[in-house]
Design a protein around this ligand. Structure first.
Ligand code: HEM
Ligand SMILES: [Cu+2]
Length: 509
């Protein structure tokens, strides 16, 4: 039968029945994600080389434009396009089922792409220099907000399609028992995505009307509350998707099983139930909220979600250890670890992602999320230090790790440049760790984030504000960024080479 008439093919590697119309959507979303990752990476390099005082590359105008564009391109466009690809994969392919109404998937894709391009163009032409958070009263061109809203609506449709695919798989009896843990984790991410996207619309529609002049006032305090109803859970979508991928990679790489699958599922449930409580950690310096709310929330309640992460943090390494020991690597305490497949990019990406996320991202997040410390470090470089360990070293690296397996499967070509792939996570992770220490050190000395002029050479503050030691940290930031960008570029190049030149895998019905 000709390829066009086939509805499904059988994947020769995994045995999955792959719905071909879902496959096309997965490839389109994943490729678009990688394009945004590339753009975001170029912007990252330019802004990092500006923060490195000795280089101080960009003009102030371009630094602020690219800062905002980098934040949106990476944290929203790269991540969400990839997640949508992942949702279609987890909802249709992993369940040996189909994606209902693929046409809606293309509508979602078109809305998301239009929105992303529209908002980024507005930033690049200098009509929306509002940075990632677009805090009111900073005002952007109406098309910027419209772009963000279109993107959110598109993503909403895609998430709806994922839920529909779960229903179809259940009704058509494509799997037995409960959902596989990977898909279950993605479902948790998708549930969180629903209220995230609603939050996005509540934030940005009024901003659009305000920018159009229809609303005369948009209260900055209210905006911040709305914004973080979107911005905080958005990170938990990434968190849940990342953890789902951790489980998938640990199983793919060494055949690990969760030690107690029910407990792992409960941990995902904790995310859904309690993650929103964490939103207040973004508002700790806001005068509008009562101190009691802020302290009670961030010093007590939000740990309930942290408990979820702690469960995964013990469960996954334990699963790996058990699987390795079962293979006979029982000598001493660490033979199981030494004999792990360190050259397999999926494994190294998994471990580096877990270590950097947990020890640097998680720990700094829990610390800086307390009222007392937050008052000191708010708006310093310690904040981006923290979140580059969560969404970059954690989520982005995990996404890269699974891409080495998922993208070749979906484009039906063999991965090109395996040797490069096996060093890539180390380069990317190593660069990011340096970036972290640079940002963290400078931030601890009080250097603000989001400033072009660290030396205050142009400001009314007389004399140097910081001692020379901050320059060491800012240099570390710059050097780490260069290394991380090289690591990111290797990933992108391998994906592009695979897409165009990878050895073709013949299609089987
Ligand atoms: C090679 C990788 C990367 C490097 C070197 C890098 C570097 C930087 C630098 C230097 C800043 C500016 C800090 C400041 O001056 O305030 C920044 C901001 C930011 N980055 Fe990255 N970054 C990278 C990847 C990513 C990724 C993958 C994401 C998201 C998934 C991300 C999300 C953000 C966000 C949200 C901001 C804040 C934007 C704002 O303040 O408006 N970055 N990054
Ligand atoms: Cu948050």
């Amino acid at each position: 039968m000709a390829t066009q008439q086939l509805a499904f093919r059988t994947c020769p590697t995994t045995g999955f029945k792959v719905h071909l119309r879902a496959e096309k959507l997965i490839v389109a979303n994943a490729v678009t994600a990688v394009v945004f990752l590339t753009l975001g990476g170029i912007m990252a390099l330019l802004i990092a080389l500006t923060r490195w005082e000795a280089v101080h590359l960009l003009s102030a105008d371009w630094y602020y434009r690219l800062l905002g564009a980098h934040g949106m391109t990476m944290l929203v466009y790269w991540i969400v396009f990839f997640e949508i690809a992942g949702l279609y994969f987890g909802g249709a392919v992993v369940l040996n089922s189909r994606l209902p109404k693929p046409g809606l998937g293309w509508l979602a894709f078109a809305l998301m792409l239009t929105g992303a391009v529209m908002s980024n163009v507005m930033v690049l032409i200098g009509q929306a220099t509002v940075m990632f958070t677009a805090y009111v009263p900073l005002k952007a061109h109406p098309l910027y907000y419209l772009g963000v809203v279109l993107f959110a609506v598109g993503a909403f449709i895609a998430v709806g399609l994922f839920f529909a695919s779960l229903v179809v798989a259940k009704v058509e009896k494509r799997y037995e028992g409960s959902l596989p843990l990977f898909t279950y984790g993605l479902m948790a991410a998708a549930i969180i995505a629903v209220f995230t996207l609603v939050g996005g619309v509540i934030t940005f529609v009024p901003a659009l009307l305000w920018s159009l002049g229809i609303f005369k006032l948009y209260d900055p305090g209210a905006y911040r509350v709305f914004f973080w109803a979107f911005g905080h859970p958005a990170q938990q979508v990434n968190l849940a998707a990342m953890v789902a991928i951790w489980y998938a990679l640990s199983s793919l790489m060494v055949g690990a099983k969760p030690v107690n699958e029910k407990l792992s599922r409960v941990a995902f449930l904790l995310y859904i139930l309690f993650i929103n409580l964490g939103s207040i950690h973004h508002l700790l310096v806001d005068p509008g909220l009562h101190t009691a709310d802020r302290i009670l929330n961030t010093s007590y309640f939000f740990y309930l979600a942290v408990v979820g992460s702690m469960i995964h943090a013990f469960s996954i390494p334990a699963g790996i250890e058990i699987a390795q020991r079962a293979k006979g690597y029982t000598h001493g305490i660490f033979q199981w670890l030494i004999k792990a497949p360190w050259k397999e990019p999926g494994f190294s990406a998994l471990v580096i992602s877990m270590v950097l996320f947990g020890f640097l991202g998680g720990v700094t997040g829990v610390l800086q999320g307390t009222m007392q410390l937050n008052i000191l470090v708010h708006n310093t470089l310690r904040v981006p230090a923290h979140f580059h360990m969560t969404v970059v070293a954690g989520t982005t690296l995990a996404f890269m790790g699974i891409s080495y397996y998922l993208i070749p499967l979906m484009v039906r070509r063999n991965l090109v440049g395996k040797a490069w792939a096996s060093v890539q996570p180390y380069i990317y992770g190593g660069g990011l760790a340096l970036l972290f220490f640079g940002m963290y050190g400078a931030g601890s000395l009080g250097v603000p984030r989001r400033t072009w002029d660290t030396t205050y050479s142009q400001s009314i503050v007389p004399g140097p504000v910081f001692g020379g030691e901050v320059n060491i940290f800012l240099a570390l930031l710059g050097i780490g960024a260069v290394i991380a960008v090289i690591g990111g570029a290797i990933f992108v190049i391998l994906m592009v080479l695979t897409l165009f030149f990878g050895k073709k895998v013949p299609i089987k019905a």
